[in-house]
Design a protein around this ligand. Structure first.
Ligand code: ADP
Ligand code: ZN
Ligand code: ZN
Length: 734
C-alpha cells in the first residue's frame, strides 16, 4: 500500500529559535528518513537543515516555501546517535537544528557529501612487469618498480620505502602505463602493535577484568587512580579486549591532555590505526574522520570534547579520561557536557563507559558511593614510584622574594644540586595581577569590567576578562605620585626572579603566552631534557606528562579557591593541587611538594594535605549535602547581559515572574527560582550582567519547568533587548 506523502516536511534549522520549520516537499523527492540533510530557503539565504518528521501545516498555506533538495539518501546520524542528539537538545535546552549542526564537522554542516575515504593502492601493470628489467638500475623509477613487483602498496608505504622524489617517479611510471592504482578502503586487519604492554599490576589487572565483565551492556565504572597509577594502561587493555570482540572504542581526553606524546602512546600499543580528533585538524580531516568512523573503518577514536559526537556503528566501549576536567563542558552556544553526553550515548548504545581520574568530580563520586557506578581504584603508583611527600609552608610571617619564600628557594637550590628538576606552579600569567599606587592606594582597573588589570612586562596592562589593553600610566592618575608598584607575582615575575636567583640554570616558562600551537608543550619538555632545570607555569603544567627527573613541585599560593563565593572553587582547587603535585616523583626518585599558604590551618587544606583527595571529597560532599548543593540538587542558570541596567533588570524580572507562573501552573513546588541577582562579575566588557538561578532536588521537575520556560522566554518582549542564555547544570556560576 503506497504511503501517502506527508503534507509538509518539518525541518530543524541551525537558527536561534526553539522550533522546527515547515516546508513544502522538494519537487519530485520522496520523503527523507529522519536526520537526512535538506536544503531549504530561509529569508534570502539557502540553509542546510535536517528532516525531522511530517508536518501538519497546510501545504497550500501562502507563506509556506518549498524545500530545494534532499542531500542524503541515508542520514549521517545512525539511529542511536539521532536519538541521543534529540535528547541533548531537550536536556540542555537548545534548538534541535543547532545541536545537530554542532554534532557535524563544518564541511558536512554546509552540505558537502560524506567524503570518500578510500585511498590509492598502486601495483605494476602487465606492461610494467615486462618493462621492469629495462629500467635503469639505481634510478628511482626502477626502485619503485622493484618495490611494486613485490605486491600492491599504498602511498604512505611508497614514500617510506623510496624517500623524497617517490611521487615524481610514480608519475613517470604511471605516464608510461607501467603502474596503476585502484581506490580501496584500507584493510581493517589487525597488525602487531609496535610496543608490548607492560605486565599489569594486580590492581590494574583487577580493574581491567572488572571493565571487561561489563562488555555488551550499559554500565558505568569509575576508575579512581592516583596520579601515575597507570590508568592509561588499564584503558589500553580494555580497548584491546574491545577490539578483539570486533567493536569500536571512543576515548575522550581533555584538550590539554591530547599531546602528540599521548597519541603516540595509543598508536604504538594498539593493533589498529588510531584516529584522532582535535582542534588542530583541518575541516577536511575532520570530515574524513567522521566518515571513517561512520563506515566502521576507524576502530579507535581518541579526541577532545566534540569527539563525543562521532558515529559509532560498532560501539563497544567509551572512555572518558580525566573526567573531572572542566574542558568537557562547552561554555557557549550549545552548552553540553561531553562527559554526561558520553554516558547518554553509552546507555543508548548498550555499552560500558569508564570514567577515569585521580581526582573525580563530586558528581561522579556521589554516583559511585550510591552504587550506580562500579567503583574501581588504583592506590599504588605504577612501576614502584612512591607518592610525593607534601609540606605546608606557612608564609604569614615570611619575607617573600617576588612571591617565593626563603625555605622554598633553598629547597629548589637543593633539588638542582641533586641534578633534579623543579616545577614552580602559579595559576596566574603575566608579571603581576595588580598595579598599585604606593602613595594613595589607587590601582589600575579595567574600565569595562571593574576588575584589576594584569601587568604584563613593565609597560602593558591587560584585562584577562575582556582583553582590553592599555599602557602603564607615567604617574598615578589620582594623586600624580610616581610610586606605581606591581603587587603579587604572575608567572613572568616568577621566571624573572628565578632566573636572577639561579643564573645559568635552564628555565622554561609554560603559560598561554609562551605555549601556543600543537605540541608547544612537548617542545618545551624536549628543550629541558634530563638536565637539572626549572619549569615555571600555570595549570598547563598540571597534566599528563612524565618527567622522570622532576622531583620538586612548588605551589606558590594554595590560597585561591579557599574563600571563593563559587561553591565549586574548593573542589577545583583540590583537583588542581593534586594534579600538579602528581607531577613530582613519577619515576624512581621520590618527589616532594611544597605548598605556600597564608592559611595553613584552613580545614579544606588540612584535610587535603593530611588525608588526601578521597577524604577531602568526602568532607566536601557532606558539606554539599548539608547545604543542598549539587550533586544533591540540580541547577540551571539564566544569564543575561546588556550595556544598560533597565533592559537587563526588566528581562530578568519578567523571566523570573514567568518561571514562577509556569512552576505554579505545573504544580511543581519542587523548583525554586531565586530572585534576579547581579552576576558574580557584574560588569564585563562594558556590559552589565545578571542572572536567575533555578534549583531543585528533583531533576525531572526542573527539566519539566525548563521545557516550557525555554521557548516561552523567546516570546518575552523584554528578551529582544538583551543577550541571554540558559545553562543547564552550569559548572561556572559567573
Ligand atoms: P596515569 O594515567 O594513571 O597517571 P600512566 O598510565 O600514565 O598513569 O602510567 C604512569 C607511568 O607508569 C607511565 O610511564 C607508564 O608507562 C608506567 N606504567 C603503567 N603501568 C605500568 C606497569 N604495569 N608496569 C610498569 N610501568 C607501568
Ligand atoms: Zn596615587
Ligand atoms: Zn576588561
Amino acid at each position: 500500500m503506497p504511503v501517502p506523502a506527508p503534507a509538509t516536511w518539518r525541518i530543524a534549522l541551525s537558527v536561534p529559535l526553539p522550533r522546527l520549520f515547515d516546508y513544502r516537499p522538494a519537487d519530485g523527492a520522496s520523503t527523507p528518513a529522519a536526520g537526512c540533510r535538506v536544503k531549504v530557503p530561509f529569508g534570502s539565504r539557502s540553509l542546510v537543515g535536517f528532516y525531522v518528521e511530517a508536518g501538519t501545516a497546510d501545504p497550500e498555506g501562502p507563506e509556506l516555501r518549498t524545500a530545494e533538495a534532499v542531500l542524503d539518501e541515508v542520514p549521517l546520524f545512525d539511529p542511536p546517535l539521532w536519538q541521543a542528539l534529540g535528547w541533548a537538545a531537550g536536556y540542555w535546552q537548545r534548538p534541535l537544528g543547532e545541536v545537530l549542526a554542532t554534532a557535524l564537522p563544518v564541511a558536512l554542516r554546509q552540505g558537502e557529501p560524506l567524503p570518500d575515504t578510500r585511498i590509492a593502492f598502486w601495483h605494476l601493470t602487465e606492461a610494467g612487469g615486462t618493462a621492469l628489467a629495462g629500467l635503469r638500475r639505481g634510478s628511482r623509477p626502477r626502485a619503485l618498480a622493484d618495490y611494486l613487483a613485490q605486491g600492491e602498496r599504498d602511498e604512505a608505504a611508497l614514500a617510506a620505502s623510496i624517500g623524497p622524489g617517490w611521487r615524481d617517479a610514480l608519475r613517470r611510471l604511471e605516464a608510461r602505463g607501467l603502474a596503476a592504482s585502484i581506490l580501496r578502503v584500507p584493510s581493517r586487519e589487525a597488525h602487531a602493535p609496535a610496543r608490548a604492554a607492560p605486565e599489569l599490576s594486580p590492581e590494574q589487572a583487577e580493574a581491567t577484568a572488572a571493565i571487561d565483565a561489563l562488555a555488551g551492556r550499559f554500565a558505568v565504572a569509575l576508575l579512581e587512580g592516583v596520579t601515575g597509577s597507570g590508568k592509561t594502561e588499564v584503558y589500553l587493555a580494555a580497548i584491546e579486549a574491545c577490539l578483539a570482540r570486533g567493536r569500536q572504542a571512543l576515548v575522550l581526553v581533555p584538550e590539554i591532555g591530547l599531546t602528540p606524546q599521548a597519541i603516540r602512546r595509543y598508536g604504538e600499543r594498539l593493533p589498529v590505526p588510531v584516529l584522532v580528533l582535535h582542534s588542530g585538524l583541518s575541516e577536511t580531516e575532520r570530515a574524513a574522520t567522521f566518515a571513517r568512523m561512520a563506515r566502521g573503518e576507524g576502530r579507535v577514536l581518541i579526541g577532545t570534547r566534540s569527539a563525543v559526537f562521532s558515529p559509532l556503528p560498532d560501539a563497544g566501549l567509551i572512555i572518558i579520561d580525566e573526567e573531572h576536567d572542566g574542558s568537557y563542558k562547552q561554555q557557549d552556544g550549545f552548552r553540553y557536557h561531553a562527559r554526561d553526553f558520553a554516558l547518554v550515548r553509552a546507555s543508548g548504545l548498550g555499552v560500558p563507559a569508564v570514567l577515569g581520574s585521580a581526582t573525580p568530580s563530586l558528581e561522579t563520586l556521589q554516583h559511585a558511593r550510591s552504587k550506580r557506578y562500579a567503583w574501581l581504584t588504583l592506590r599504588e603508583r605504577a612501576g614502584g614510584a612512591r607518592p610525593p611527600r607534601v609540606r605546608v609552608l606557612d608564609i604569614r610571617s615570611q619575607r617573600l622574594e617576588h612571591g617565593l619564600s626563603r625555605p622554598l628557594l633553598d629547597a629548589i637550590a637543593d633539588c638542582l644540586a641533586r641534578g633534579e628538576q623543579a616545577l614552580v606552579f602559579r595559576n596566574r600569567r603575566g608579571y603581576a595581577p595588580v598595579l598599585l599606587c604606593h602613595d594613595c592606594g589607587w590601582h589600575a582597573d579595567c574600565a569595562r569590567c571593574d576588575r584589576p588589570l594584569t601587568l604584563h612586562g613593565r609597560h602593558r596592562l591587560i584585562c584577562h576578562h575582556c582583553g582590553h589593553r592599555r599602557s602603564v600610566p607615567p604617574a598615578c592618575p589620582d594623586c600624580g605620585g610616581l610610586a606605581l608598584v606591581p603587587q603579587g607575582a604572575g608567572t613572568e615575575r616568577l621566571e624573572e626572579a628565578l632566573a636572577a636567583r639561579f643564573p645559568g640554570v635552564p628555565l622554561i616558562r609554560v603559560d598561554r603566552e609562551t605555549t601556543r600551537g600543537r605540541d608547544a608543550l612537548g617542545k618545551h619538555f624536549d628543550a629541558l631534557g634530563d638536565a637539572p632545570g626549572i619549569l615555571v607555569g600555570t595549570q598547563m603544567l598540571a597534566k599528563g606528562h612524565d618527567l622522570p627527573k622532576l622531583t620538586l613541585v612548588a605551589i606558590t599560593s594554595a590560597d585561591e579557591g579557599l574563600f571563593s563565593a563559587d561553591f565549586r572553587a574548593g573542589e577545583r582547587m583540590a583537583q588542581l593541587l593534586v594534579q600538579v603535585a602528581g607531577r613530582a616523583g613519577r619515576a624512581q626518585r621520590p618527589g616532594e611538594v611544597w605548598l605556600q599558604t597564608h592559611h595553613p590551618d584552613h580545614p579544606l587544606l588540612q584535610t587535603l594535605v593530611t588525608r588526601g583527595y578521597p577524604a577531602f571529597a568526602e568532607a566536601e560532599l557532606a558539606e554539599r549535602a548539608a547545604a543542598g548543593l549539587p550533586p544533591f540538587s540540580h541547577l540551571a542558570l539564566l544569564r543575561a547581559e546588556s550595556p544598560h541596567a533597565e533592559p537587563l533588570n526588566a528581562f530578568l524580572a519578567a523571566a523570573h515572574a514567568l518561571a514562577h507562573a509556569l512552576a505554579r501552573a505545573q504544580g511543581s513546588a519542587e523548583v525554586a527560582a531565586h530572585p534576579p541577582m547581579p552576576a558574580p562579575m557584574p560588569r564585563r566588557a562594558g556590559r552589565l550582567r545578571g542572572q536567575v538561578l533555578f534549583e531543585s532536588t528533583h531533576r525531572p521537575a526542573l527539566q519539566s519547568l525548563l521545557r516550557t520556560l525555554y521557548p516561552a522566554l523567546f516570546d518575552l518582549p523584554e528578551a529582544r533587548r538583551v543577550r541571554w542564555s540558559l545553562d543547564v547544570d552550569p559548572v561556572d556560576l559567573y
